[in-house]
Design a protein around this ligand. Structure first.
Ligand SMILES: O=C(CO)[C@H](O)[C@H](O)COP(=O)(O)O
Length: 327
């Protein structure tokens, strides 16, 4: 999808994304916006860091950029912890030194995309199927930087009307899917097993089952074979028509169901969110203080504050090379 972006030229790999200005309107694709956000995030990576490498079309740009800076000698002694077999393969092919959580149980930083971001920086992740490893890695990093184009911003979790994934064991998946759906009846929830037919364009890490070796049922309402995660599990996608309400309560209720492995709500985990959109890049940092929550102070674009009523307001406009980025 082409998104009008009056302030940007497409970014070259030689120049920081935000220093490129154009007098005439330029249309950037969604992928170019993802790349801008990813490059901005990689500016936060320093030599010697242990870095969580996310999964998906946005995170892929960050992995490419880290490899490029390593090869140029601008970054040194990076250790990457991949969040999927797909990212593992990409990083390996680019020559990024890799390790795992057994050897590095604490990470300096992780960079990853997201499917939804609400105003409190809660996320939906896992439409690519890598939510479990992502949550394991991103749950133990000092900084979790989320990179998105602005299409991922939602008013509330589930608000896009698209999937909120839950990784479940294959055993009696219909039983578990039904229980998940019942849990969120109040939000008009529909639970669907992700299959080869339903996951088109969503596979980042998993693969599709060749054999239906699970007990209880092999009925595939969506058509196709079940999508299988890197961990040998299935994914049930939850679709909501209304707000699910208390997210912590929802998380607890899902995780209490035997058969559930993990869900795709990443609550209170993101420390920084970088959003690339047609008005520039906005960086939201989660800083809690006793008064209002200061959401963004960045070296580049906008300063946003979250008021006590939950609304975001731009409280100042930052200048970049003498030009106003946001007004
Ligand atoms: O959670 C993920 C994979 O499990 C991805 O980060 C999420 O799906 C966003 O993907 P993309 O960057 O391709 O839009």
């Amino acid at each position: 999808m082409a998104i009008p972006c009056p302030h940007f030229n497409p970014v070259t790999s030689e120049k920081p994304a935000m220093e490129v200005l154009s007098p005439s309107p330029v249309v950037l694709t969604q992928d170019e916006l993802k790349r801008i956000a990813a490059y901005k995030a990689v500016e936060m990576v320093e030599s010697g860091m242990v870095v969580g490498l996310g999964t998906g079309s946005t995170a892929k740009h960050a992995v490419d950029r880290i490899a490029e800076l390593l090869h140029k000698g601008k970054l040194k002694k990076i250790i990457g912890i991949p969040t999927s077999t797909k990212t593992h393969k990409q990083a390996l092919s680019l020559g990024i030194p890799l390790s795992d959580l057994d050897s590095h149980p604490v990470l300096d930083i992780a960079i990853d995309g997201a499917d939804e971001i609400d105003p409190n920086l809660n996320l939906v992740k896992g439409r690519g199927g890598s939510l479990l490893r992502e949550k394991m890695v991103e749950g133990v990093c000092k900084k979790f930087v989320v990179i998105v184009d602005e299409s991922k911003l939602v008013k509330y979790i589930g608000g896009s009307g698209l999937a909120m994934p839950v990784e479940i064991v294959p055993f009696c998946w219909k039983f578990t899917a039904k229980r998940l759906q019942e849990l969120f009846e109040h939000a008009g929830c529909v639970a669907k097993l992700r299959t080869s037919a339903s996951s088109n364009g969503m596979e980042n890490g998993g693969y599709v089952a060749k054999l239906s070796t699970f007990a209880c049922s092999n009925g595939m309402e969506n058509g196709g074979l079940p999508f299988v995660t890197d961990n040998g599990n299935y994914v049930v996608d939850l679709y909501f028509t209304r707000d699910i309400g208390d997210l912590k309560a929802a998380s607890d209720a899902i995780l209490r169901l035997a058969g559930v492995v993990e869900h795709g709500m990443f609550l209170d985990m993101a420390t920084t969110v970088i959003v690339a959109g047609d008005r520039g890049v906005t960086i939201k940092n989660k800083i809690i203080n006793n008064a209002d929550e200061l959401i963004s102070i960045s070296n580049s674009i906008a300063i946003e504050a979250k008021r006590k009523d939950g609304q975001y307001v731009t409280v100042a406009t930052a200048l970049s090379k003498g030009r106003t980025w946001l007004s």
